[in-house]
Design a protein around this ligand. Sequence first.
Ligand code: ZN
Length: 356
Amino acid sequence: MPSPSLDELRAKIDASVRSLTDESARVRDLQGLEDLRNAFLSRKRGAVTLLFEELKAVAAEDKREAGQLVNSLKVLVQDKLAALEASLAAPTAVRSETDLTLPGRRRPWGAAHPLRLFQAEIESIFVEMGFGIEDGPEIETDFYNFEALNFPPNHPARDAWDTLYVRKDADDPKRDLLLRTHTSPVQIRVMEKRKPPIRIIIPGKVYRKDQPDPTHMPMFMQVEGLVVGEGITFAHLKGTLEHFLKRLFGEKLKVRFRPSFFPFTEPSAEVDIECLQCGQKDPACRVCGGTGWKEILGSGMVHPQVFKNVKIDPEKYSGWAFGMGVERIAMFAYGIPDVRYFYENDLRFNRQFQLK
Ligand SMILES: [Zn+2]
């Protein structure tokens, strides 16, 4: 092998630098980077490696300078590879057409749902009186929704609660799963795990097999209350509910109690308030049907059988419970003619009821 001159070596190094510039411009990904590294630094065929091989044949007096030339090429290649690697790892730059000086888009304000607001108002009145707030599952067993509440199997009172079943077991009704038809199963769950005194309200969604119409929805909200303790009487029930209704509708509100029937209370009473629409003056009033009264909630003294079902001694303890439909009261309070408005999520409707 003839010894290469320094000029020849310089020419080869220049060619390598040009090829490094060209090829590095085409690198788009890590594979391209690896190919470039192999083309120059591969231990067998890399361009830089081959130039180091040629150094062996360079004349002794030129060796030092030739070595520096090849070494500087090697450093150049390594720097280029490192710079490419860093740029591939960096996040994609912001596209130039994005104008960072533009003001942000303003998102439209939402509104708290009127039923939630009304529920919060009801809750705050009872919390003031020392009630706690409880919650429970919306999918229930037959036991909690009916049996423990003194609805025996095949009892006709069950027909009034048009039940939606999640699982119906013809052989073993105890395995039935249903969407709770009232919030009362939570009363049972609380009494099972807690000893009296108990003083709670239970707000929540309930489900019945109803077609949507101006006064019915297959899902609606209830607030239920339960008080259990020693020496609790119907007078406590009456005083508490009267206080609650007057806080909600005004101090001068007329309230009356009417005898009624529920399987889980005895005695039971429905509670009416004066018709706020006509002030008890319009015989043709559409809201009260001309009676001047509007039924607003159901209540009663907890049935001794319900206490026995949850192992609370009915000789020692007594209690009362009430339940009401939140939509029904809100419609009455705000003069809303159709319950379906609550579920259309029309912001123009929802915004009307925001607290001041
Ligand atoms: Zn009326």
